[in-house]
Design a protein around this ligand. Structure first.
Ligand code: ATP
Length: 599
């Protein structure tokens, strides 16, 4: 296949914001592509050569890309750099410069899809001495043969700016349209949720149909999308919802880790964050302990890594464990910031998929699968758990969790239906935190989609940010507040740097917004925000029409908590449904408070 056919599809996707239209464009295209090429195309559509959980080293600095553009366009470096300052996107610079080059050069061959993948692979694998120069030359070779639109996408891919607007939900809709039925769509989604590999699912489906997709299973080495909890505003509400009986576990304030453990000669241990980053190098002590203490041969477990004070064993808040994420001096960090893993789930062990088994079975098997450490301190532990049957027990367990420096509790269903629902948020797990007992319901994790230049003391830096939540049903973001408090000077100084690679010349196609900031960003950075309450908003677009026709919902008096949620992707931030839920909880709370008491 010629690369220009794929570039044309990217271009058409980028120029529409209609999910239906994107689905049509993609499904038509999928039918024409060889299954073996489809896999790689799916990866490339999000700017990758591999699935999301595989570390990618493709990122080229803008300066290097501009050098390659200058070398093939016959323009001076200054002309290219000046255009980049004006446009901000090396992809658009390449497009304009290559359009001019076309009038001058005759000896170029059309790019094939295969040759582009080969070129990108050479860029990714170039290491060592002169590697920057070699990367630049590999890129220049591709640009020499590309047309303007191809050049745009190649430069976006190598600089990590590839965003054509079609999210995972749209790709799955298109796969179902092209190769299956609407009714079979949930099975495609399940295959994706248990492998996190859309390329694999697409190739399997295109080559072998739904029968082959049905055979895709949970496997060590392929991360599983995490199961998430709903929230309720009181312990009695939780007991009620759980039918009077459920398990309670301490809710630890640490970092969620999914561990894939395989023993033997070809063995490995990989620890994944909930956004599929490989955290193994941050927790080498945890990885070793899990490998040593696993009784079986291979397993996938989940747990919370929590820092503790070695002098008295007391658990420390989340911020402490994040220090482990610094890239340098890991030996020192392991010593200075000891952590424990509190395991809470088992997804797979020795050939058996436990995600389809109820909670009690998973918990019992988990507790049976690790041997205690023979001597010295055991850093592998289990979450404290008890079966709760009445409200007094619930309150007592919650108080103990808080006294043990936990955030609250996780209530877990004991019903037969309580399987591990990969990638979904539901009432099989319900979280209840200390914060819920105060006026406000919970924190919000919102994506930065815009910035306003500061004034006065904040002149020269961004003074406020436009923040958005996500609607998984439409695959789009909607604004929820303008955030201008809670920032310290160091954070404000760091912000432009943190946001630069997400900068966009226009409003991102995945965003609904009425408010217009000075600078747009495609959703990338997620910040934790608190607010006084939620109100109906004429200007914000999240949950538009859900509570009131022609209005969205907005956070009042939002404040940054100081926590950058770099463990979350923008698609994992607070959803529009959760904001509606918060709003309704707040309305109920307010009406309860205004009711006269019985005495
Ligand atoms: P969410 O994970 O629901 O999107 P969040 O990341 O902001 O939200 P919380 O609202 O604090 O996190 O609660 C869920 C998280 O609690 C889990 O993702 C997990 O990291 C953590 N956790 C701590 N203890 C447990 C436990 N016993 N069982 C399950 N999760 C737990």
């Amino acid at each position: 296949m010629q690369f220009c056919q794929l570039a044309e599809v990217f271009d058409r996707l980028e120029s529409t914001s209609s999910r239906l239209e994107m689905t049509d464009i993609l499904s038509d295209f999928f039918r024409k592509v060889e299954p073996s090429e489809l896999r790689q195309m799916i990866y490339l559509s999000v700017g990758r050569l591999h699935p999301e959980f595989y570390p990618q080293e493709l990122g080229m600095a803008d300066k290097l890309v501009l050098k390659a553009i200058a070398s093939v366009s016959g323009r001076t470096q200054k002309e290219v750099d000046d255009l980049w300052i004006k446009l901000g996107d090396p992809g658009e610079v390449a497009e304009q410069m290559v359009a001019k080059k076309k009038q001058m050069t005759l000896f170029s061959e059309p790019l094939t899809f295969k040759s582009v993948v080969e070129g990108l692979t050479l860029i990714e694998t170039a290491t060592g001495k002169d590697s920057q120069d070699r990367k630049m030359k590999h890129l220049a070779r591709m640009l020499h043969d590309s047309d303007p639109v191809e050049a745009r996408y190649i430069c976006r891919i190598v600089t990590g700016r590839m965003r054509v607007g079609a999210g995972a939900m749209t790709v799955m809709d298109a796969l179902a349209t092209a190769f299956a039925t609407k009714e079979e769509r949930p099975y495609i989604e399940r295959a994706f949720n248990i492998t996190c590999d859309m390329g694999l699912v697409a190739e399997t489906l295109a080559a072998g149909g739904m029968e082959a997709v049905g055979k895709i299973g949970v496997a060590v080495g392929s991360p599983v999308k995490v199961m998430l909890a709903e929230r309720l505003r009181s312990l009695p509400d939780i007991m009620d919802r759980m039918g009077g009986k459920c398990a309670f576990e301490y809710k630890y304030d640490g970092m969620r880790v999914q561990a894939h453990i395989k023993k033997g000669e070809d063995g490995f241990v990989k620890l994944y964050s909930r956004r599929l980053e490989d955290l193994t190098h941050n927790f080498p002590d945890v990885a070793d302990a899990l490998r040593e203490q696993l009784k079986g041969t291979e397993a996938i477990i989940e747990g919370e890594c929590v820092a503790y004070d070695p002098s008295n064993g007391s658990l420390l808040p989340f911020q402490n464990v994040t220090h482990r994420r610094k890239k340098h001096g890991m030996d020192k960090a392991v010593e200075e910031i000891p952590v424990k893993i509190f395991m809470f789930d088992l997804l797979y062990i020795d050939g058996v998929d436990y995600t389809v088994k109820p909670y009690s079975e998973r918990r019992a098997k988990l507790k049976d699968s690790f041997a205690p450490k023979e001597e010295g301190l055991d850093i592998v532990d289990y979450t404290t758990q008890a079966v709760i049957t009445d409200e007094d027990q619930a309150q007592e367990f919650f108080d103990k969790a808080i006294a043990s420096k936990c955030e609250g509790i996780m209530a877990k269903s004991l019903e037969d239906v309580s399987i591990y629902r990969a990638g979904s948020r539901g009432f099989l797990w319900i979280k209840y935190k200390k914060d819920y007992t105060q006026a406000l319901v919970d924190t919000f994790d919102l994506a930065v989609v815009g910035a306003f230049y500061g004034m006065g003391k904040r002149a020269g830096v961004y003074g406020a940010l436009l923040m958005a939540a996500y609607d998984p049903d439409t695959g789009r973001f909607g604004t929820a507040c303008k955030l201008g408090t809670g920032f310290d000077d160091a954070f404000l100084a760091e912000l432009p740097n943190m946001l630069e690679k997400y900068r966009s010349e226009k409003k991102p196609s995945s965003l609904e917004a009425e408010m217009v900031p000075d600078v747009w960003f495609v959703p990338g950075v997620v910040l934790e925000v608190t607010a006084a309450d939620i109100s109906i908003s004429p200007i914000h677009t999240i949950a538009f029409g859900s509570i009131k026709e022609d209005a969205g919902l907005g956070l009042r008096f939002p404040r940054f908590t100081g926590r950058v949620r770099d463990d979350k992707t923008p698609e994992q931030c607070t959803t529009s449904a959760e904001i509606v839920e918060f709003y309704q909880m707040q309305e109920e709370r307010d009406s309860d408070e205004s009711e006269p008491s019985e005495s």
